[in-house]
Design a protein around this ligand. Structure first.
Ligand SMILES: C[S@@+](CC[C@H](N)C(=O)[O-])C[C@H]1O[C@@H](n2cnc3c(N)ncnc32)[C@H](O)[C@@H]1O
Length: 310
């Protein structure tokens, strides 16, 4: 099993579980730059370990956080001291303390407060209201920052710190349109945009127009790209795979999202990777591709017979 490095920040749609699947599909010389216009937590690129990379996102707090690590403003030791001190306050004062830090963060935008909030807010969500304020409620775990948990986060911070010093990585806050402006043949683009209609907030929204623009840019891309998207779930299928993206190669993988702890609340989702090349492992293993297509057909038949596809 491939070991996946987990980043210090969590976010909705984080691809940690899909990293082995994505990594296996990446077919690249590593000569140019890894371009990730929607970095989120950064988990995909961090595990690819490119020599040169542009990690970009429209959320300035994510980018500030990673720039603070890259510059050394934040490192493992500072994070340990910070989380020990503020974790202790949280265990004594509970949610009042969480909301105090949240209010402070919304005034000062300190990356260490952002990390603290991200690690003890509800479900590790990142959400900003119309004024641009972080507004995720408390995650109800005042004892969140145990010694073991802090060590885990510290190691994650250290890993990014060391990697960003060792390699030529830039963290830039900008719209994806800007990031996709100067692309060269040797680069590799990995795009994981928000899903249309899924989620909207101050820094993170997505519509058909953006999707169309992204499609046009990627279609004309001089380099290879992979786009992460969804294929289908019990109720719906992503029609853009048959329309907009139909000319490209599509790989799929089933993934389960958990809602609560109960087994019956495991929601299956078929995740998809769209790419402008045939991944090497499929060229060598046509049987696997054939089996996958067969599986997909069976799933579609089953869904249709059960009236599950809209
Ligand atoms: C699905 S998440 C990426 C998750 C990431 N691949 C991971 O595994 O953590 C989408 C990201 O796109 C960013 N985003 C949304 N709209 C954007 C835009 N117009 N330009 C750049 N980034 C955008 C959001 O802030 C969010 O971090």
């Amino acid at each position: 099993m491939m070991k996946v490095m987990i980043p210090p920040i969590k976010c909705q749609g984080i691809k940690s579980k899909l990293v082995p699947f994505i990594k296996r599909a990446v077919d690249w010389s590593f000569e140019g730059r890894w371009i990730e216009p929607f970095m989120g937590s950064g988990v995909v690129g961090f595990n690819i370990m490119p020599r040169k990379a542009i990690f970009a996102d429209s959320n300035p707090h994510l980018i500030n956080f990673y720039n603070a690590i890259a510059s050394g403003k934040l490192d493992g030791l500072k994070v340990r001291n910070f989380l020990e001190q503020h974790g202790e306050m949280l265990s004594r004062r509970g949610q009042d303390y969480y909301y105090e830090v949240r209010e402070r963060f919304n005034k000062t935008h300190e990356p260490s407060d952002f990390l603290f909030l991200n690690r003890c807010c509800f479900n590790g969500m990142i959400r900003f209201n119309r004024k641009g304020d972080f507004n995720v409620p408390f995650g109800h775990k005042p004892q969140r920052f145990s010694k073991g948990y802090i060590t885990k986060v510290v190691n994650q911070v250290d890993y990014v710190h060391v990697m960003s010093r060792h390699f030529n990585w830039s963290f830039i806050c900008q719209d994806f349109k800007e990031t996709l402006k100067d692309i060269s043949e040797d680069d590799f683009i990995y795009c994981d945009p928000p899903y249309v209609g899924r989620h909207v907030d101050y820094f993170d929204s997505w519509d058909e127009e953006n999707e169309q623009y992204l499609f046009e840019k990627l279609s004309q891309s001089p380099c290879k790209f992979i786009l992460s998207t969804w294929h289908s779930n019990q109720y719906r299928k992503n029609v853009s795979l048959e329309t907009l993206w139909s000319e490209f190669h599509v790989l799929t993988k089933e993934h389960f999202y958990h809602v609560g702890a109960k087994e019956k609340n495991r929601n299956p989702m078929l995740e998809a990777l769209v790419m402008n090349f045939t991944p090497k492992h499929l060229e060598k293993e046509p049987v696997e591709r054939a089996e996958q297509l067969l599986l997909l057909e069976k799933l579609a038949e089953y869904q249709e017979s059960e009236g599950l596809v809209l």
